[in-house]
Write a protein that binds this ligand. Structure first.
Ligand code: AHM
Ligand code: MG
Length: 336
């Protein structure tokens, strides 16, 4: 009997590139570099529990080296991988105060892409062995080739993204990404260090039933969100929706993408722009959501239409199945 070999991420990238006849392969090389960094970070995240016996972050390990916090380490690993491969002209990270301009020795500022990422989102969950993730977002630079990047290259609306994705370090490690023609998910076989296409053309399923929100903040939410939570608990018809909240955006989004649902992180009086970062968290997730048939809004505007003003700006975030996002949007806009 003939069995078909599952496609590897490497093969998928090559095939995909071949479908764009004028492609220079730069984006493919960039996704490859992210794939490599993901594997290295995965290795470290997986042995995080051992720090309890080998020494905690900030303490010296058995080799006399000072151990780093995992989010700091993940940040360095991603920056190093992208820099060493001379594959991007600029990087911005949630862990860095400002952007990094990369001067490629080979081609003197001829790389055309900038990458923005959150190296280890939800890292407070590591101590309790809960899944965390890396989120990335890729744009074509705005300033001309041949010069260092400027802030303008990073402050682009999410609609200008050319690629976005996440790596979830979970019960299995997965890399899920889009280049604007659907969302594909790849699962890592840790024994041989290869990602295989396991979730082709991912779409939010119909009939979503999950809402994800930190309900501990209920009293501080806008009235529209309170109303929406009540609606989820007592919809017009059928059973109440299911509440699921991990507190790790990548994990919450990933579950909702597979099972159908909405993720909400509203503003409060104390945090009028919410908590999540537009450039490192919301834009890439919004791009993936839309490519998977869903939607993302801040309540008044589509996330991808927001013109960013600062690298670390925050935004309220409602993202998932369109039917659920539209409902909460309607409730947020309604004034009685
Ligand atoms: P981080 O970037 O400091 O890790 O924070 C982002 C995380 C998200 O993964 C998650 O959705 C959110 O913070 C949870 O926040 P809260 O604990 O307020 O519910
Ligand atoms: Mg984060």
């Amino acid at each position: 009997m003939k069995t078909t070999q599952p496609k590897t991420l490497g093969e998928f990238i090559i095939e995909h590139q071949a479908s764009f006849p004028y492609s220079t392969g730069e984006l493919s090389r960039l996704i490859n570099a992210i794939r490599l960094a993901a594997k290295v970070v995965n290795h470290h995240v997986n042995k995080a529990g051992l720090s309890a016996i080998l020494g905690n972050a900030g303490a010296e390990n058995i080799h006399g080296e000072t151990q780093q916090k995992l989010d700091v380490l993940a940040n360095e690993l991603f920056i190093q991988t992208l820099t060493n491969r001379e594959i991007v002209c600029g990087i911005a990270s949630e862990e860095e105060d400002t952007f990094i301009s990369i001067n490629s020795k080979q081609n003197d500022y001829q790389n055309k892409y900038v990458v923005l990422f959150d190296p280890l989102d939800g890292s407070s969950n590591i101590d309790v062995n809960v899944s965390v993730g890396t989120i990335f977002s890729v744009y074509r630079r705005k300033t001309p080739l041949g010069s260092p990047v400027t802030l303008e290259d990073f402050l682009q609306p999410g609609s200008a993204q050319v690629a976005a994705g996440y790596i979830i370090y979970g019960t299995s490690t997965m890399l899920v990404y889009t280049t604007g023609d659907g969302v594909n998910g790849f699962t890592l076989n840790p024994a041989i260090g290869t990602f295989y296409l396991s979730h082709p053309n991912m779409k939010f399923p119909d009939n979503p039933r999950i809402y994800s929100i930190n309900e501990g903040n209920y009293n501080y939410f806008p009235d529209g969100v309170k109303k929406y939570i009540k609606y989820c608990q007592q919809p017009e018809e059928g059973q109440p929706y299911t509440s699921r909240y991990i507190g790790s955006l990548v994990s919450d989004f990933h579950r909702n993408l597979i099972k159908g649902g909405i993720f909400l992180y509203p503003q409060t009086a104390a945090a009028p722009k919410g908590k999540l970062r537009l450039l490192y968290e919301c834009n890439p997730m919004a791009f993936l959501a839309i490519q998977a048939g869903g939607s993302a809004t801040n309540g008044a505007q589509n996330i991808l239409d927001i013109e960013p003003k600062a690298l670390h700006e925050r935004t309220p975030f409602y993202c998932g199945n369109t039917i659920m996002v539209n409902k909460v949007k309607q409730m947020l806009l309604y004034k009685d």
